[in-house]
Design a protein. Structure first.
Ligand code: FES
Length: 104
């Protein structure tokens, strides 16, 4: 399934990159920008970022469950991951809105 139509990136490609990041550091907060940078791609319209974030969160959670990380560590990690992504998405949406207002 294609997640990013601008760069023609499939969900499986994103999953593989996220897993590589987690194998290097299982507690790092992976961003869509980090994933695209690792793939030598960049966000163009960036409308795919919410879907990329969903993949990052799901793969991170599954990674820790496979490793039998204690639930008490997974839950706050996933919550922190979601919170950080929401913060970034809000900032991105506000910046986009400002750009559109300036252009109008
Ligand atoms: S759909 Fe991914 S950058 Fe446009």
């Amino acid at each position: 399934m294609i997640v990013c139509s601008c760069n023609v990136i499939a969900r499986q490609q994103i999953e593989a990159v996220v897993t590589e990041f987690l194998e290097r550091d299982e507690w790092q907060l992976i961003t869509a920008g980090m994933v695209y940078h690792a793939m030598h791609k960049r966000g163009k319209c960036c409308s795919c970022f919410p879907r990329v974030i969903d993949v990052i969160v799901r793969v991170s959670e599954e990674f820790h469950r496979r490793r039998q990380t204690p639930e008490a560590e997974i839950v706050p990690f996933v919550a922190r991951l979601r919170s950080e992504h929401e913060r970034c998405e809000t900032a991105r949406a506000l910046a986009r809105e400002r750009r559109l207002r300036r252009a109008a």
